[in-house]
Design a protein around this ligand. Structure first.
Ligand code: 1PR
Length: 527
């Protein structure tokens, strides 16, 4: 019997769905004894090393896990599970790891590349493994800030390595025990093949090719499809799309499709990630009638790339006086199949609070969620709008000199952050927002631009360059894509890690496949 170690980790639904899709059966381990009786165990992992070790300890899982590993009984660890095999981690120096492999998990150097690593990367083999039978040399999805270092005293475990500013261990294996730093359940068909090999105990190790000639691996720029979701006037949940955030046409909410169906279409077309934005989430509390939770649950049955969900993630008291924290809302989304949550309005309020009263910082929703699920699970969706000024002295905000002057010939502008879907401008600029959110624990920025949204005029390169200089976390460029060439432009002119579009994909003006073909032609690395 195949069992999944359930200790409160983030998104375990995707692993369960992947196993089911592959025709397997999987049960949850809910008490320590079951760890030893299962034929095969999957040990999933998302989140903070310290929290994971604490949860394993509280549930009494550490001893049976060690017994299982020392007894060479089949086990597959995923992501932070690999890191727990080591003696400890810089992420939580006060907590001991399982100590099976010598070494301490280190943090990536953000001077070299954005941290966390979020995205698709290849692997270089150091030995053969049946787990990779049939591997075609494709990329896998990684999401982590910490890594295991290659050393002489762990070379007996080293299976593959990957480069991200340095060469790190991307998988380990000894006998029947394997652990992967990447997420096979989020790595499309290539990842599902690895899981299938584990399930079927595929023993064709002789078929494995060693793909990397010089052991240098390659990471891809991500192409993301975004689905703005809300109820239309008939009460149906639809994918909609605005022009500068106005989603109504002749008084009616535009209906561009059914969320689950569109997400599946984009997965099949090669999207590297799917983002759902519950655009009226700030006024309809997401846990009330749960429509977005259902969308996530259904989508994660067929879509095996990362899913991000945003909208309404904030502390909330319902009409019966029940109080929910932003962490409660985020946890419900993770359990439903989300890999990342995105915060819009609440991030702006957190930054306002930060400037008013710095001691409230640990209570911000960003900090709450990232301290449990890890920074990589917290995206900040920024909705900025240009405010033109004649000279930099006309504002206390960070300005840029623009090539696109304002209505009265103004040569400077600053980017004002908004809340409630662009309805309300606040006295916070985009640089204040992203730098403070990074400080509070955010792991990625989804950088929209109201002026460009739905315009088909291309990404706002000036805004992206401005923001990219201010933070070390990854940035997703968003708003304005009108052609495949606009993706090439944003990747060639800026260092963003990902670019997102909505309208052109929904209206079938350009397919994701076509975007990727153009990127490849322009020598931009794709998945
Ligand atoms: O404030 O935490 O409840 O989150 C609400 C979320 O909903 C925010 O992330 C906010 O960006 C989003 N949102 C709110 N209202 C709208 C609207 O359009 N009326 N959508 C909205 C924002 C922005 C994009 C869009 C790109 C690409 N959509 O993600 O998909 O601009 O569009 P394009 O390629 O067609 O140009 P909270």
């Amino acid at each position: 019997m195949l069992k999944l170690l359930d200790y409160g980790a983030g998104n375990i639904r995707s692993v369960i769905n992947a196993v089911k899709l592959l025709g397997g059966e999987i049960d949850l381990i809910r008490n320590p004894g079951e760890i030893l009786v299962a034929d095969q165990v999957i040990f999933p992992g998302v989140g903070n090393f310290g929290v994971v070790m604490e949860q394993l300890n509280n549930k009494g899982y550490i001893e049976p896990l060690l017994q299982r590993i020392h007894g060479n009984r089949p086990l597959l660890g995923i992501c932070v599970a690999l890191q727990t095999f080591f003696e400890g981690s810089e992420e939580a120096p006060e907590r001991k790891g399982l100590g099976i492999i010598p070494g301490i998990i280190k943090k990536f150097d953000s001077e070299k590349l954005p941290v966390p690593q979020i995205g698709w990367n290849t692997i270089a083999f150091h030995k053969k493994s049946p787990l990779f039978a049939g591997y075609q040399g494709g990329k896998f999805y990684f999401v982590h800030s910490y890594y295991a270092e290659i050393a002489e005293n762990n070379s007996d475990w080293l299976l593959t390595s990957t480069d991200y500013g340095c060469e790190f261990i991307s998988s380990v294996e000894k006998g029947n025990i394997t652990a992967l730093q990447f997420h096979p359940e989020k790595s499309g068909k290539e990842g599902l093949k690895v899981l299938e090999n584990f399930l079927t105990k595929n023993q064709q190790s002789q078929q494995i090719q060693i793909f990397s000639e010089n052991n240098t691996t390659k990471r891809a720029k991500r192409v993301i499809a975004c689905l703005d979701v809300r109820a239309n006037d008939e009460g149906d949940l639809v994918v909609t799309k605005g022009d500068q955030y106005d989603v109504r046409e002749k008084g009616h909410v535009r209906n561009l499709g059914v969320p689950v169906n569109l997400a599946e279409r984009y997965y099949n077309e090669g999207a590297d990630e799917i983002t759902f934005l519950n655009i009226t989430g700030y006024r309809d509390f997401p846990l009330q009638d749960q429509p977005m939770l259902d969308v996530l649950k259904k989508t994660s049955e067929h879509v095996f790339v990362p899913l991000t969900i945003g909208g309404g993630i904030q502390d909330f008291t319902d009409s019966e006086g029940n109080y929910y924290t932003a962490l409660d809302v985020a946890s419900a989304y993770f359990r439903a199949g989300a890999d990342k949550v995105s915060l819009g309005s609440d991030a702006v309020y957190a930054v306002e609070q930060y400037f008013k009263k710095k001691e409230d910082v640990p209570k911000s929703s960003i900090t709450q969620i990232s301290s449990v699920y890890g920074a990589q699970a917290v995206v900040i969706s920024v909705d900025p709008r240009r405010v033109y000024v004649k000279t930099p002295e006309d504002t206390h905000h960070a300005v840029i000199k623009t090539e696109y002057p304002g209505p009265e010939g103004e040569e400077y502008c600053w980017y004002q952050c908004t809340v409630k879907g662009g309805r309300e401008g606040r006295d916070i600029d985009v640089i204040q927002l992203v730098t403070i959110c990074e400080l509070l624990g955010a792991g990625e920025i989804l950088l929209n631009c109201i002026d460009r949204d739905g315009s088909n005029n291309g990404f706002d390169i000036e805004l992206i360059t401005h923001v990219k200089k201010a933070v070390t976390i990854p940035i997703i460029a968003s708003s304005g894509a009108g052609s495949g060439q606009h993706f090439c432009e944003v990747f060639e002119k800026t260092d963003v890690e990902a670019a997102l579009a909505a309208g052109i994909f929904h209206r079938r003006e350009v397919s994701i496949d076509e975007v990727k073909r153009l990127m490849k032609k322009s020598s931009i690395e794709i998945r």
